[in-house]
Ligand binder design. Structure first.
Ligand SMILES: Cc1ncc(COP(=O)(O)O)c(C=O)c1O
Length: 346
């Protein structure tokens, strides 16, 4: 019976045309924190949360989340990419928002259990899809005062996804936004909902104008590149240096740090985390956006002050961006071995 059910799911999903829309899968993990402790945690079929109306996550944004992926390898195995790094980043977000941390082992086990319980939804090798995992911690328990919640929920769900930006490894254009997504000493380095709420209008304006998304400049001087939508920026200089912005208000992208490592240790490039000035884009021969969802999305051009600055090409992908993409995705899909500790097998 179970096998038939899984077969049916596989037939029903059009793996090659998956986007990034929510899809309910069979099981999710749920754990409750009260009186100083997380409970055992359970897998449940119920995808609706029952919260008090005065839960601080609903009013004051006391919540944080993560995003990572599980991949099907050529021989049918299932593996997660750098799940320990997502555990660490969630802990950092929890600390910043005065929420109880999720220990590494709990986080990793919850992700693995959820993937295992929803194995039928894992896109096949070669389809271009993967299983996106969304852990989150939210402050619950009724309390209308502006103070940390008294109770918390940790939940993990997953869904099959394809390309985040249409077209996968195809260049897309971005425009520079006049809005900031995060303040200098705010929560830009953490993965918390408020940053994303602040970015919705900028994203909408960019899409209305025909761009894939927008680029945020630094909130203090508006002269330096910060984020590319919900992804980090990288550029390849004309003398082959992989450059990515350094700032207090950028989310430390796990993909970006993986690319920094691969650029230096596999491709033999120089690397640098430094200020990237929006009026000095001429130094780059290629540029891209990187993140779990975006993977590597080549940046065709950036519109700033009504002028489109094109990097390599608006239609072709540069050679170094292609090499980085091939190396990263080969590790994620298990075609080549990654650095120690990057892959966790189911
Ligand atoms: C604002 C923002 N920047 C960058 C990234 C990329 O981070 P990561 O590579 O860890 O997914 C994300 C998440 O995907 C994000 O939401």
């Amino acid at each position: 019976m179970k096998e038939e059910f899984e077969m049916k799911k596989k037939v029903e999903i059009d793996w090659k045309n998956l986007g990034f829309d929510y899809m309910k899968t069979d099981q999710r993990y749920l754990s409750y924190w009260k009186d100083g402790n997380w409970d055992e945690g359970v897998l449940t079929e119920d995808n609706v949360l029952h919260l008090g109306e005065a839960s601080p996550c609903l009013h004051y944004g006391q919540q944080c989340f993560e995003g990572l992926k599980a991949y099907r390898t050529k021989n049918g195995d299932i593996q997660l990419f750098r799940v320990d790094q997502n555990a660490k980043r969630l802990q950092d977000s929890c600390r910043r928002l005065l929420m109880p941390e999720i220990p590494d082992e709990t986080f990793i086990k919850a992700c693995l259990d959820v993937v295992k319980a929803n194995e039928a939804y894992l896109p096949p090798y070669g389809s271009g899809g993967s299983l996106y995992i969304r852990p989150m911690v939210i402050g619950v328990g009724n309390s209308i005062a502006v103070k940390p919640a008294s109770e918390f929920l940790f939940t993990v769900f997953c869904m099959p996804v394809g390309a985040y930006f249409k077209g996968g490894l195809t260049p897309v254009n971005f425009m520079v936004s006049a809005y900031d997504r995060a303040a200098c000493y705010g929560t830009g380095q953490q993965k918390v909902g408020g940053n994303y709420a602040a970015s919705l209008i900028a994203h909408e304006i960019a899409v209305e104008k025909g761009f894939a998304d927008c680029i945020y400049l630094d909130p203090t001087t508006h002269t330096k590149i910060e984020e590319v939508g919900a992804a980090n920026f990288f550029g390849i200089t004309k003398n082959n240096c992989f450059v990515t912005p350094k700032s207090l208000s950028i989310l430390p992208s796990i993909t970006k740090y993986s690319l920094l490592y691969l650029a230096e240790n596999v491709l033999g490039l120089k690397t640098s985390e430094k200020d990237v000035y929006i009026d000095e884009l001429d130094e780059f021969s290629e540029a891209g956006a990187c993140g779990t969802a975006a993977v590597i999305t080549p940046i065709g051009g950036i519109e700033y002050k009504n002028k489109l600055h094109v990097f390599f090409s608006e239609t072709e992908v540069g050679p170094i961006t292609t090499k980085l993409y091939d190396t990263l995705t080969a590790i994620q899909l298990g075609d080549i071995e990654g650095p120690e500790g990057w892959i966790t097998k189911l």
